[in-house]
Design a protein around this ligand. Structure first.
Ligand code: ZN
Length: 151
């Protein structure tokens, strides 16, 4: 949590273009220079993030490395970071590269990775199993448990 302000600062420094409402390409001079942007926009039609959310896409490995180093999450994730306090999700654009390997990922497609991040948001949970459960079921395991506990 201590690094959230620094993360906001580095994002501010990296933002060069706003491609569409709430979707920001990081590390390029213009949207066309970000190879991940077009497929991401397509996938975000199927996986709809809240209107008040901002989805950032790291358009190069250099940018992504900077982000995960600042977040102290290196090794924990290689494709997505969701910050529920600041209402933002950062996606590693490399996942849209044909060379990208999903071997180390629980979720094996970009759409499922986006749904996982959306699960953190909708379920308001930092737990990975809750987000993964949302990918398959569209419901929040934590909410179900709370609901049954209150009966
Ligand atoms: Zn997660």
């Amino acid at each position: 949590m201590k690094n959230l302000f620094r993360l906001a600062a580095i994002i501010a420094a990296l933002v060069n273009t706003v491609s569409a409402a709430n979707i920001v390409a990081l590390g390029v001079n213009k949207p066309a220079d970000c190879p991940a942007l077009r497929p991401l926009l397509e996938d975000l039609k199927a996986v709809q993030f809240p209107n008040n959310w901002t989805v950032y896409v790291a358009c190069s490995d250099v940018v992504w490395q900077k982000i995960i180093q600042r977040e102290d999450v290196e090794g924990l994730t290689s494709v997505g970071i969701t910050d529920r306090v600041h209402k933002l999700t950062i996606i590693n654009g490399a996942m849209y590269s044909p060379l990208f390997s999903f071997d180390r990922q629980v979720q094996r497609t970009p759409v499922r990775i986006l749904k996982h991040e959306l699960g953190h948001i909708i379920c308001d949970s930092r737990k990975e199993d809750v987000a993964d459960g949302f990918v398959d079921s569209g419901v929040c395991k934590n909410r179900v448990l709370m609901a049954s506990a209150s009966k």
